[in-house]
Design a protein around this ligand. Structure first.
Ligand code: SF4
Ligand code: SF4
Length: 426
């Protein structure tokens, strides 16, 4: 066991593998509020990487409907239950303190305290059965009304209310988090999994893997998968040839470009990047990097189930209209703050939000050209306090790895009027 610092739970934790950090880390921010579950990302990934025999039910990227959907089915409910039961047996509680420190056990610490059902002692986990992998978005668009309140006709009478719907669902975009402390890597008895020094991408060495499925069992997000045809495990490779700028068709000048799922996102909910790391695994201060701004400076984007302890590197702007208690379980204690920041964004955040899916090249630096005020409104925040939102028609500018401008977009989208001669022409 190594003692490592996990900034997402604000404390040291034990990790059953040596500590090693890359120079750059693959990371992304997903704005859940904008996803329309079109599954274009899912299909872009599938048609690129998982179209072969044995990969029929394999979805490295999937978008599921929360709270009822999951791929594999009930993956998060099952893991939370395992973790909860381990806490009960150990007489502990899964708590977050006022200052955002998690005092419960991570999946590594829980496994160290007690062996898992099958005797594995490095990571608390489970192996889904084949049926659970059948559907990438089971329960699509299903929300749960309050069934106890019915009218005389037997219809559910409890209306959906603002600001928090009683009946709700939202879409959850999921892929491998290329974790800072990967559970898949820690669990592999063959040492077939490694984290690349140049970009933190977690890969399974297909030559070394013997298909023991320890990674499938250990990954709390269930993003390591077993191929029954080749009898070895596979996972998302973060489209690393694109990160390396090695695809000359799309990057003739060799700069890193976003992965297939990010670059194809119709809802413009994704912004992917590479963030510079310090030797101790913390993010190097870089306020010009849009991801650093959102994750570290404004903390508007949060990790998924940080209490698991793997320090995932995909961050989510939480949905505004889902019950806060549910979101706190999912994203930790920063939910209210993140939603308030998104509801009334700063001038910088408003500019960064325009850069989502506005280009293909990875943005390493953003800048703002200031424009005139175009909107003003008073808003109510989570604690009932008021804030005036002022919006400016600023221009957000993105720069690629070489420092060359790769995108320029204004907050107010330009309107083009169709000439009258084209009216009713179709
Ligand atoms: S999400 Fe799972 S498969 Fe991906 S790096 Fe983390 S533990 Fe490994
Ligand atoms: S492409 Fe974008 S909007 Fe469509 S499902 Fe994927 S993440 Fe959501």
């Amino acid at each position: 066991m190594t003692e490592v610092y996990n900034w997402q739970i604000k404390r040291n934790m034990s990790y059953p593998y040596e500590e090693k950090h890359p120079e750059w880390q693959f990371a992304a921010v997903f704005n859940i509020n904008r996803c329309i579950a079109c599954q274009t990302c899912t299909m872009a990934c599938k048609s690129t990487w998982t179209f072969s025999k044995g990969q029929e039910l394999m979805w490295w990227n999937n978008v599921e409907t929360k709270p009822y959907g999951g791929y594999p089915q009930f993956w998060d409910i099952k893991l939370l239950k395992l973790l909860h039961d381990a806490h009960e047996r150990q007489g502990k509680t899964m708590r977050w303190s006022e200052n955002g420190e998690y005092s419960g056990m991570t999946i590594f610490e829980a496994a160290a305290k007690e062996k898992t059902r099958n005797g594995q002692s490095r990571v608390l986990g489970y192996l889904p059965d084949d049926r659970e992998w059948l559907k990438p978005n089971i329960g699509e668009d299903v929300g749960q009304p309050d069934k106890t309140k019915k009218d005389r006709m037997g219809f559910v009478a409890e209306p959906v209310r603002l600001p928090e719907h009683k009946s709700f669902f939202f879409y959850m975009q999921r892929l491998c988090n290329h974790c800072t402390y990967p559970a898949c890597l820690a669990a592999c008895p063959r040492k077939a999994i490694y984290k690349r020094e140049e970009d933190g991408v977690v890969l399974i060495d297909q030559e070394r893997c013997r298909g023991y499925r320890k990674c499938v069992e250990a990954c709390p997000y269930k993003k390591a998968m077993y191929n029954g045809q080749t009898k070895i495990s596979e996972k998302c490779i973060a489209c690393y040839p694109r990160l390396e700028g090695r695809d000359s068709h799309i990057t003739p000048d060799g700069v890193p470009v976003e992965t297939r799922c990010m670059a194809s996102c119709v809802g413009k909910i994704r912004l992917q990047g590479l963030v510079r790391m310090n030797g101790d695994g913390s993010w190097a201060k870089d306020e010009e990097n849009p991801l650093y701004w959102m994750v570290q400076k404004e903390q508007v984007a949060l990790p998924l189930y940080p209490q698991f302890g793997t320090e995932p590197n995909i961050y989510y702007i939480p949905p505004r209209w889902a019950p806060r208690q549910y979101l706190r379980q999912m994203f930790g204690p920063g939910v209210e703050r993140a939603i308030d920041r998104y509801t009334a964004p700063s001038r910088e955040l408003m500019a960064i939000l325009q850069l989502f899916r506005a280009q293909r090249e990875i943005i390493f630096k953003f800048d703002i050209k200031k424009g005139p005020q175009i909107y003003e409104k008073q808003l109510t925040l989570s604690d009932g306090s008021k804030k005036v939102l002022v919006v400016y028609n600023d221009t957000a500018i993105g720069y690629n790895k070489e420092g060359k401008e790769c995108v320029r977009v204004t907050v107010e989208e330009p309107i083009y009027e169709r000439p009258a001669k084209h009216f009713n022409s179709i």
